[in-house]
Design a protein around this ligand. Structure first.
Ligand code: PHE
Length: 461
């Protein structure tokens, strides 16, 4: 097995894991999911899922990773439960699927950086044509995947950590400035109301499982990304406080992204349920309205930082299959990186051309019992984010609670936190992995699959 280079410090691990969590999921996806899910009600569900269901899974993933020092497939073998490595295999598939379309959107964001540098503020109105131009956005996608592969090939401490530490804080500053600016615009407070005041009549099964999928996706959970990162964490580190920091950073950034978006959307008189184009359609006009020089500066900085946020996530997505290929198939790291990146790029081609260029992938599938076709990218999202990640979380919680069992699981956590077993955290975590996660995630998984893929509605709403 290859020698594992660890993170250089505790801050390094938290920054890299937070870097994995914070990405397009927070700034691109979260606002449009909130918009489509009816506003405040989605926000409440998302926050509850993050703290009640995702947090215990996160702790379990990091503990499994640190204990075994392995990739998500090898980890379960090392613990002596080779059958459970199915969790890791499912995670590999999820990772490949997610990165395949994530890279396409990351390419769009990177391309917007270039448009902003050139002062093309009307790009928002041409978004539909922009994503149809597959040669152009495909080239951006190649640049993005290439950069991701380059960083991953440099190993953990060298690449991932440095990038994350520097860039995340800058991104937060820029978003907060935009929040302040947005609040001065007309109708801004209608946007805030939509975002923060829940409308109970919007509760639907689809909104519930979208919020659940978003929580897992945003926290990079359910596919072993944090098993992989956990495998690089030192034994004397406190897993609980690290997980708290990662969760707060991720949820906090998603929250302020919403505070930025909805005032902007409402001030422009746009519908909040604008779908995946939301930030790409709305923001360029806003930057344009700041006036020439300032608009170019803030606009390009924003999309550059968004691209970096995406990069720290794509790096973690690529790291999962790569660490598997390196550890289990004994391939040299550099070779593994470029090979896997190439495969994932190819898997992403239908997502690339399914935005208007190819009719077949733009109107990809009509679910059994659903008359609305969806594009390929959305389809992959339904499978990977909304179904596989919560399923992975379900299996991980059962594994930690009932297979690996309390003494080993808690023993691992106690290593960097000797008082853990007597703390309130151990009760919270125990309740989560033993009861809440298995029941709620299991139930929602079944309902989601029946509803989404078979058109069988058990709970109408
Ligand atoms: N959490 C990342 C984001 O919000 C995406 C991601 C999902 C990364 C799963 C790793 C694993 O953008």
């Amino acid at each position: 097995m290859a020698v594992r280079s660890g993170f250089s410090s505790r801050l390094g691990f938290v920054a890299a894991a937070a870097g994995s969590a914070v990405g397009l999921g927070n700034i691109w996806k979260f606002p449009f999911e909130v918009g489509a899910g009816g506003g405040g009600i989605f926000l409440i569900m998302y926050l509850s899922f993050c703290f009640l269901l995702c947090f215990p899974v996160m702790v379990a993933e990091i503990a499994i990773g640190r204990k075994t020092q392995r990739n998500p497939v090898g980890a379960f073998k090392v613990l002596g439960f080779p059958k459970w490595s199915i969790i890791g295999k499912l995670g590999l598939i999820s990772g490949v699927l997610i990165l395949s379309y994530y890279n396409v959107v990351a390419g769009w964001a990177f391309g917007y950086f270039i448009e902003m540098v050139m002062g093309n503020f009307s790009i928002g109105e041409q978004f539909g044509d922009y994503i149809k131009d597959v040669v152009k956005v495909g080239a951006y996608g190649i640049v993005f995947m290439g950069t991701t592969a380059f960083i991953v090939s440099k190993g953990i401490a060298g690449g991932i950590e440095k990038a994350a530490k520097l860039l995340m804080p800058t991104l937060v500053i820029i978003i907060l400035s935009l929040v302040v600016y947005a609040l001065t615009l007309d109708n801004a407070w209608d946007g805030i109301k939509f975002y923060l005041v829940p409308d109970i009549s919007e509760v639907k099964l689809e909104v519930i499982y979208k919020a659940l999928g978003q929580a897992f996706f945003s926290l990079s959970l359910g596919m072993g990304a944090l098993i992989t990162y956990g495998s690089y964490v030192g034994k004397n580190e406190n897993i609980i406080s690290s997980a708290v920091l990662i969760t707060l950073a991720d949820v906090g950034i998603a929250f302020i992204a919403g505070l930025m978006m909805f005032p902007l959307v409402f001030s422009q008189g746009l519908p909040p349920n604008g779908g995946p184009g939301l930030i790409f359609v709305t923001l360029p006009g806003v930057f344009g309205s700041l006036g020439g020089g300032l608009g170019v500066f803030i606009g390009s900085l924003f999309f550059l930082l968004l691209s970096f946020a995406a990069l720290t996530s794509t790096v973690s997505l690529l790291e999962v299959p790569v660490s598997y290929v390196v550890d289990e198939l004994d391939v040299r790291r550099t070779k593994a990186v470029w090979l896997v990146a190439l495969v994932i790029f190819v898997v992403g081609l239908p997502s690339l051309i399914g935005n208007g260029y190819s009719a077949m992938f733009t109107n990809f599938i009509t679910y059994i019992g659903d008359e609305n076709a969806t594009n390929f990218m959305d389809f992959v999202g339904h499978v990977a984010n909304d179904s596989f990640l919560p399923l992975g979380g379900f299996l991980i919680s059962i594994f930690a609670a009932y297979i690996w069992k309390k003494p080993s699981f808690y023993g691992e956590i106690s290593k960097g936190y000797p008082e853990f077993e007597n703390s309130i955290w151990s009760k919270y975590l125990g309740f989560g992995v033993r009861f809440l996660c298995p029941t709620i995630l299991g139930l929602l998984f079944i309902l989601t699959v029946l509803d989404r893929f078979f058109g069988i509605v058990i709970i109408a709403g």
